[in-house]
Design a protein around this ligand. Structure first.
Ligand code: SAM
Length: 255
């Protein structure tokens, strides 16, 4: 057997060790990016082969936390992909407006920028008070940032431009207070948002939703895990709207 195949076996055994020890199952993550992340952790730990990580991870929770950070690519931004937010306002908001209240699930919300972006647009459409937003991720560190709603202010110009491109009607400054190099979203935006831990691999449905937003998450999953996530979204949906996005393209819209 060549060395490449043996390295694959090492990765399999590593993932199995993580599953048994910590109950996190990465076996159905997209293999190429998973191997890049294992490689990145190996070089940070000055190790060479995946098997060397196994005892470290088994006996040291800190190393596992580092692995988890590698696996949680939490890159996100306010009004990321403005046309997405524009199309939500044009296509989905009129449907939401016909309901006295509604529930939205942001699956894989990372540090929360996407969620606050939607909350701002719902507020401008007069819909925020009718919304209950569940924003979930399996990265507890990201969820803590999301709950605080405090972000680095160095990109404010880019954020403001994205807000306007997304169809924002006011000024982004109306929704936050700035202190030195950080800004904090107004508490009013937060009051209908619940940030919570949820792992798309192993946790079930937790409520009936009117809308599901899941962007830039499924790209890290293989086909089986993507289908599993879709079946979760499907069974959490009331029958009338389903809007889930992977990468930038709308996948399903059902009324
Ligand atoms: C690139 S971010 C996307 C953030 C945001 N949705 C966006 O599009 O800007 C991917 C997020 O998916 C989360 N994620 C990955 N696997 C997950 C899982 N099994 N369950 C829940 N969240 C997961 C990561 O922790 C990360 O925060």
């Amino acid at each position: 057997m060549d060395a490449k195949k043996i390295a694959e076996i090492e990765v399999d055994v590593l993932l199995e060790a993580i599953r048994l020890r910590y109950d996190y199952d990465f076996r159905n993550y997209a293999r190429a990016s998973l191997k890049r992340r294992v490689q990145s952790l190996l070089s940070k730990e000055n190790l060479e082969m995946p098997y060397q990580l196994i005892p470290r991870i088994l006996y040291d929770q800190n190393i596992f936390d580092k692995f988890l950070s590698e696996m949680s690519v939490t890159v996100t931004e306010l009004f990321r992909d403005p046309p997405f937010f524009k199309s939500i306002q044009e296509i989905i908001f009129p449907v939401l407006a016909t309901y006295p209240y509604f529930k939205i699930w942001h699956a894989g919300c990372a540090t929360g920028e996407e969620v606050y972006s939607l909350a701002i647009l719902l507020k401008e459409a007069g819909l925020l008070n009718r919304a209950k937003i569940y924003a979930t991720d399996y990265s507890k560190r990201s969820l803590n940032t999301a709950k605080e709603g405090i972000y680095d202010a160095s990109n404010m110009k880019i954020n403001s431009e994205a807000y306007l491109k997304a169809g924002g009607k006011n000024q982004l400054e109306d929704y936050y207070t700035q202190q030195y190099d950080a800004f904090k979203f107004n508490d009013e935006l937060k009051k209908n948002i619940t940030f919570a831990y949820h792992n798309l691999v192993k946790d079930g449905v937790f409520g009936e939703m009117n809308m599901v937003v899941c962007r830039n998450v499924l790209i890290y999953f293989d086909k089986n895990l993507q289908n599993h996530a879709f079946s979760l979204f499907d069974s959490s949906m009331l029958r009338w709207v389903f809007y889930a996005l992977a990468a930038k393209k709308p996948l399903i819209f059902r009324c």
